[in-house]
Design a binder for this molecule. Sequence first.
Ligand SMILES: Nc1nc2c(ncn2[C@@H]2O[C@H](COP(=O)(O)OP(=O)(O)OP(=O)(O)O)[C@@H](O)[C@H]2O)c(=O)[nH]1
Ligand SMILES: [Mg+2]
Length: 364
Amino acid sequence: MKAGIVGLPNVGKSTLFNCLSNAKAQSANFPFCTIEPNVGVVNVPDPRLSKLEELVNPERVVPATVDIVDIAGLVKGASKGEGLGNQFLANIRETDAILHVLRCFDNDNIVHVDNSVNPVRDKETIDIELQLKDLETVEKKLEKVKKASRTGNKDAQKEETVLVKIKEALEQGISIRAIEFSEEDYAEFVKPLQFITDKPVMYVCNVDEGAAVSGNEYVEQVREAVKDENAEVLVLAVGTEADINELDDYEERQMFLQDIGLDEPGSAKLIRAAYKLLKQQTYFTAGVKEVRAWTINIGSTAPQAAGVIHTDFEKGFIRAEVIGYEDFVKFGSEAKVKEAGKMGVEGKNYIVKDGDVMHFLFNV
Ligand SMILES: Nc1nc2c(ncn2[C@@H]2O[C@H](COP(=O)(O)OP(=O)(O)OP(=O)(O)O)[C@@H](O)[C@H]2O)c(=O)[nH]1
Ligand SMILES: [Mg+2]
């Protein structure tokens, strides 16, 4: 699972990527600086992990990670090959969620491809290109389905109805994620087409230092424009955070953050939000050798969770010993939780909860 950073050229996507990842992407003040996507494996900051470390005192601690991809900027006409065109659209299609970066800062020295700062217009420009690309996909599919549907094929007729609904919505500038489908229709006809505007989205407003805490007028405009989308809007002073990141010393970085009014980097919030957007959650293993955060899809069963550690754990799954994170902290150790009778023993149908501390028993 990976989240892609998407937006107009020169709005700060690669600068943001560099705040998140140790893999350094090239960033510069000219449009289309990025061509090939930059991929980074980013640690997910999780205060629970530090707490478990404190309690267990393990040899090492391994955080959860999320993959973030920095993608080339896109411009009006991209769906028809303008700018870097179709190539970057393919890069977006390969992601599972979109982090849409909007320029919300004034600065005459930083080129804006449309010559003025207007995040709502910019968002629409991007949306339209993505919608046009999806329109192309749905029209191609519709052509095939119509042939089958004319011969009286019932399934094809059902599919045609769904595809027409999608086509009409896209033509009105509505993204596919906003359309309602029945569960079966969605699974059978919509999901396999991997539409770009069906991917979950989050907006990242790139502001200047002074607006890092409470945003600015541009951010308000964005909030107003997306209020019906049920999408998160995150405010981040990308340029400032990139500068802070350059500092080697942790204390010094904290001091700078406090100076601009933050207790943790906005990029940490963004990583956690991206993780959630990808519908990922964490369970922990807490042994003296290693305290570790493991990533699973929300809704995973205990055997599926075990399978993330090793496929044998899933195949040979017998049962799981489960301690809720809050209980682990409250009682302070696995032994004390057991003593208090708060450790669960769960079978193969158990749905893992976020923060569960787990121990698997299995056959090989
Ligand atoms: N003042 C200011 N400049 C910024 C900020 N974020 C990025 N920049 C500058 O804007 C320019 C473009 O940043 P990039 O991160 O390369 O932009 P991009 O979106 O990756 O651009 P493309 O790869 O060309 O699509 C660089 O000169 C950055 O230093 C910001 O928050 N404030
Ligand atoms: Mg870039």
